[in-house]
Design a protein around this ligand. Structure first.
Ligand code: DLL
Length: 432
């Protein structure tokens, strides 16, 4: 099932023509309305009309989070505030938050794009959709809410938090689709089990999860425990919010809404295109945004473009699950470590739960790493000796994989604080 079949199944040439036309009008708009972009273009000696084809595109300058911060709050807006009907902001872990705006037309397009993503995941007008993302400055709640409403589904704006209440709503209102972060879906599944609620008391069929990285293993676990089909969807506030890409029922890569976003995958060091489908940093250019256009925005998200056609019939290319960020890289004892590397090692071990936390401390100038990993009861209450054996095996594998030694602690289920928003996997207590 498609939301906009004429767009989602477009031929390559037709799509490229459309992208080019849209790119041209975006470039003209920003050159005449956003002084920051005009300055960047002038510095490189580029005029919008110099971009004569999609191939010339790589001459354009990149935009980064720093550009957004430096021009806080409205410096990159391309329309006067009187044309802006909505403002969102992303929390930002350091410094100023980044502020983004939408015209009425931007909101209309955004709703269509999240409607596409929801449709890809199975949602129709017959569904009851519970949105358990925060409504507020975060784009997750409103973005997916508008899309679900556009489809004609019955939308429950539950917002985030209060898990017992969410579950009661789910049962009483006969929710068929849950929209949240994947880690929140796991928390819901665990709580249902703890409360002794039989899965048959729920009417859930679909889960549409995004806003944070997750794994295939987490997907299977959520699907089994909640008896649903779970799909991944991706987006970021700077570009539009949710609605940039989403998985179809093939569950094999996220279709990018390429008629609205031009994507590149580049080497984060050289900024040159990654050859032949290799993993690199995703760079996105918006093609239709009016209030807040973005040119070659460096997302810091690591992914790759998948080769081949999708059996679902959509021609929109697919990106792989986002496997981390260029900037969540930790430097521990001088070694570069990605949390996702630790995660994949932990998942090799039978009996571990998909909840872990990496705690970094610095004692006497030396980095110390402790990986807390939740284990099932059978292991937690196991013989001390067996527990030690498991910790030792995990330690060895981590040392092998990362090239550094780390401490491993097995903790009882639910010891690691569950979050209602994005999960915090790394606690860095080091002061430099
Ligand atoms: O998280 C938008 C969103 C809301 C997407 C709801 C999907 C569903 P931000 O708060 O600006 O926006 O955070 C964007 O979150 O650059 C990624 O690092 C991460 N992220 C978002 N979706 C995924 C995903 C929203 N499906 C940042 N898988 C992005 C992995 C994701 N990471």
């Amino acid at each position: 099932m498609y939301w906009e079949p004429d767009r989602e199944c477009m031929g390559k040439e037709e799509l490229e023509q459309l992208q080019f036309e849209r790119l041209q009008s975006t470039l003209n708009r920003i050159y005449s309305h956003v002084p920051v972009y005009r300055k960047k273009f002038d510095a490189l000696g580029i005029l919008p009309e110099d971009i004569g084809s999609l191939a010339d595109f790589s001459r354009l300058p990149f935009t980064t989070k720093e550009d957004l911060r430096e021009n806080y709050p409205y410096g990159l807006f391309a329309v006067p505030l009187r044309e802006v009907v909505r403002i969102h902001a992303s929390s930002g872990t350091t410094g100023e938050s980044t502020v983004v705006g939408y015209t009425r037309n931007d909101v209309r397009i955004w709703s269509n794009l999240t409607a596409r993503v929801l449709t890809m995941g199975g949602v129709t007008k017959d569904d009851v959709v519970q949105i358990a993302f925060g409504y507020g400055l975060f784009t997750g709640g409103f973005g997916l809410h508008y899309g679900a409403e556009r489809i004609g589904a019955s939308v429950i704006p539950a917002s985030s938090g209060n898990t017992l209440r969410q579950i009661k709503i789910m049962m009483d209102f006969k929710t068929t689709a849950l929209v949240s972060t994947p880690s929140y879906a796991l928390l819901v599944a665990e709580t249902i089990r703890e409360q002794g609620i039989p899965p048959a008391a729920l009417s859930l069929k679909y889960g549409l999860f995004g806003a944070e990285p997750w794994s295939e293993r987490m997907r299977r676990e959520i699907e089994e425990k909640l008896g649903i089909v779970a799909t991944d969807n991706y987006g970021l506030s700077e570009i539009i919010g949710p609605g940039v890409s989403g998985e179809c029922r093939e569950q094999n890569g996220l279709h990018i809404n390429e008629d609205h976003f031009l994507v590149e995958v580049v080497d984060p060091e050289t900024l040159q295109p990654m050859p032949g489908g290799e993993t690199g940093e995703l760079v996105i250019t918006s093609l239709t945004k009016e209030a807040f256009p973005m040119i070659r925005y460096r997302t810091r998200d690591l992914t790759s473009i998948l080769p081949g056609d999708c059996p679902c019939g959509r021609t929109l290319r697919r990106m792989a699950r986002v496997r981390g960020r260029t900037d969540d890289m930790l430097i521990i004892k001088g070694v570069n470590v990605f949390p996702s590397q630790i995660e994949s090692v932990l998942f090799e071990f039978e009996g571990t739960e998909p909840h872990y936390q990496i705690v970094l401390d610095r004692k006497g100038g030396l980095d110390e790493v402790t990986v807390l990993v939740e284990v099932g009861e059978s292991i937690f209450f196991d013989q001390m000796r067996q527990q030690r054996g498991m910790m030792e095996r995990i330690r060895k594998r981590l040392a092998q994989e990362l090239g550094i030694t780390v401490e491993v602690r097995l903790v009882e289920k639910k010891t690691i604080a569950r979050s209602e928003g994005k999960t915090r996997r790394v606690i860095d207590n080091r002061t430099l």
